[in-house]
Design a protein around this ligand. Structure first.
Ligand code: C5P
Length: 220
């Protein structure tokens, strides 16, 4: 039906930050609020999709009846939650700000204050979206690109290298865009070379634009 263009489809949305433990009381994380990803999950559900939201630690939440939320903390837990659901998915939107590095060793007791400098070795976390891109069959994959410089070049590189169908570029250089704001300003690039720029809007309106582009791309 026209009003439920994603009826019968299953979507996975990742949102929010991850936290990476240093010891039992400390962690590494980032400023992601999860607001953009939650708005996308709600817009997909409004369009009729059955949405699996995999959400990192944030006070933000949703009670939309079309959304099932799985709470995770670390990149590894997000990787496992997404991978377990991937074969059932038609659409995946990776809006999470996954930590790129984690402590190579997690101390099992609180690290005591001592020397003037403390060194913590970091190792890479799994790149969830890259792994999905390498293993996709029918799924339409959408990623995010948040940069402070050379935004377009980096966005197109991620679109290509992670085998995405579409990438959402936003810039921390734009006023009102990015972490914790209720607004965002995006440009969409798809695998067919289409580029669409949008003005500053509420994250709900941005989510509508992204979902409309997903629906159009499904029929392209
Ligand atoms: O390479 P970069 O981290 O900038 O790519 C951002 C995109 O990749 C986002 O869609 C983000 O959710 C996803 N990502 C991921 N797993 C990671 C890092 C990023 O899924 N470990």
């Amino acid at each position: 039906p026209v009003n439920k263009p994603l009826g019968g489809k299953t979507a996975i949305v990742t949102a929010g930050p991850t936290i990476e433990h240093i010891d039992p009381v400390r962690y590494i994380s980032n400023h992601s609020s999860g607001k953009m990803g939650i708005a996308i999950a709600e817009a997909l559900a409004d369009a009729g999709a059955n949405v699996q939201l995999v959400l990192g630690p944030t006070p933000q939440q949703t009670s939309h009846p079309g959304i099932t939320t799985t709470r995770i903390q670390t990149a590894q837990e997000m990787f496992e939650a997404v991978t377990a659901r991937f074969s059932q998915a038609d659409i995946v939107v990776a809006a999470a700000a996954v930590a790129d590095y984690r402590p190579a060793n997690v101390a099992d007791k609180k690290i005591k204050k001592g020397e003037a400098q403390l060194h913590i070795d970091l190792e890479k976390t799994p790149d969830i979206l890259r792994s999905l891109g390498d293993n996709k069959t029918q799924q339409l994959l959408v990623g995010f690109s948040l940069e402070t410089n050379n935004e377009k070049e980096y966005a197109l590189k991620k679109l290509r290298e992670k085998h995405l169908d579409m990438i959402v570029m936003n810039s921390l250089a734009d006023a009102g865009a990015g972490f914790n704001y209720d607004t965002n300003k995006i440009t969409l690039f798809d695998k067919n070379g289409r580029e669409q720029s949008f003005p500053l809007k509420s994250k709900q309106a941005v989510a509508q634009d992204i979902v409309s582009a997903i629906i159009e791309l499904q029929h392209a």
